[in-house]
Design a binder for this molecule. Structure first.
Ligand code: PMV
Length: 358
């Protein structure tokens, strides 16, 4: 049995504009998807998913990608979740050169699905890592990122950027510009996330921005202005004292101002919503340094910067906000977890149990 986990992410800056070649800075956050994989003796795949919240539905099912899962939510939603797992399994089989490998897979995630926090990327990244390790192959995080991107690209009909998968695999703050993906230094930023319980339709929102950009020069300028904000934000991070325990007040206040600016530009591009705007304003009024929507928009999550408990408390009382939580910057990307019941030796080190997988 192999257990791997991978973090979700927020966009500090740059969603949507990244689709047109501008840079973006996503940051991994300590909300993880955990995937447990046991190799089977046959070539079947059985999937059990727990705690997956899809577009406001809670889905609990047992089944296999071959059989119809027994659930009472619309089939397309289940197929979407199963599609990511299928694609991850295909990538793992390919990486391990084991086209007929079968697996029992359990997915658990505390990342709201489709809400701008990179839930599907985290499931795909952790799934590829666990399944390849289970077959005796250890991939570097960069290769997992590449394979996870291919998997998402396939499931999302070509509508995926590398941001989510690269960030989830590598952890920390990253910079993505087209195919160029790098990790960058960032201090531990005090993220507070508000979730409206819903999700936007990424494909429709991306198409909406594309149409605006084609029709109006000022919309195209708005997209490139997002890129300018991202570049200035990156400069701030690069100038920050590396390895500082806490980010300075000056840094937080400038980053927050840029986040506010970025949100305004996204709002102008038509991808915010009443609930996202009201959470953004609640955060700002509670004293957050800045707040913006994260991800495709239309519904889902906002991210704000506040080291105090004020923003989280205010969001909890904000109409339209279903959940508010603090999420530390996840410095670790994909990682192996110790499976439940693994042996602990005399030094206290845990030995993952890989022997009884079939
Ligand atoms: O909602 P998310 O986390 O999948 O983010 C979408 C980000 C976009 O820039 C709108 C699209 C993309 O693939 O980069």
């Amino acid at each position: 049995m192999t257990v791997s986990s991978a973090p979700g992410k927020v966009y500090l800056f740059g969603e949507h504009a990244v689709v047109y070649g501008e840079p973006a800075v996503p940051c991994a956050v300590e909300r993880r998807a955990t995937v447990t994989v046991s190799a089977r003796e046959d070539d079947h795949v059985r999937v059990r998913a727990e705690d997956l919240s899809l577009n406001g539905f809670t889905v609990e099912y047992r089944g296999s990608t071959g059989d119809r899962p027994d659930v009472d939510v619309p089939a397309p939603l289940v197929e979407a979740a199963m599609g990511y797992i299928d694609a991850a399994v295909d990538e793992a089989r390919d990486a391990a050169d084991a086209p007929d490998a079968g697996f029992d897979i359990t997915v658990e995630s505390d990342i709201p699905l489709g809400a701008g926090l990179g839930s599907s990327a985290a499931v795909v990244v952790a799934g590829i890592d666990a399944a390849t390790r289970e077959l005796g192959v250890e991939l570097a995080p960069r290769e997992i990122a590449e394979r996870a991107y291919r998997a998402e690209h396939e499931v999302q009909d070509g509508q995926a950027s590398r941001a989510d998968t690269f960030c989830s695999a590598m952890g920390g703050a990253v910079r993505v510009e087209g195919d160029d993906c790098r990790t960058i230094d960032a201090p531990p930023l005090p993220f507070v996330i508000g979730f409206d319980g819903g999700a936007g339709d990424t494909g429709a929102l991306v198409s909406g921005v594309r149409a605006l950009r084609e029709e109006y020069d000022f919309a195209a300028d708005t997209v490139s202005t997002v890129g300018d904000v991202v570049r200035r934000g990156e400069e701030l991070l690069a100038e920050a004292v590396p390895d500082a325990d806490e980010p300075s007040e000056e840094l937080l206040s400038e980053l927050g101002r840029f986040m506010n600016f970025n949100h305004g530009l996204l709002e102008a591009l038509g991808v915010s919503s009443r609930s996202l705007d009201s959470m953004v304003w609640a955060a700002r009024e509670a004293g957050a340094y800045g707040a913006k929507l994260t991800g495709a928009g239309g519904g889902g999550c906002i991210v704000s910067l506040d080291p105090t408990p004020e923003t989280q408390t205010a969001l909890r009382f904000t109409p339209g906000c279903e959940d508010a939580f603090r999420a530390e910057l996840a410095t670790e990307g994909v990682r192996v977890e110790v499976p439940p019941g693994a042996e602990v030796d005399a030094e206290g080190d845990s030995e993952p149990d890989r022997g009884d997988s079939a």
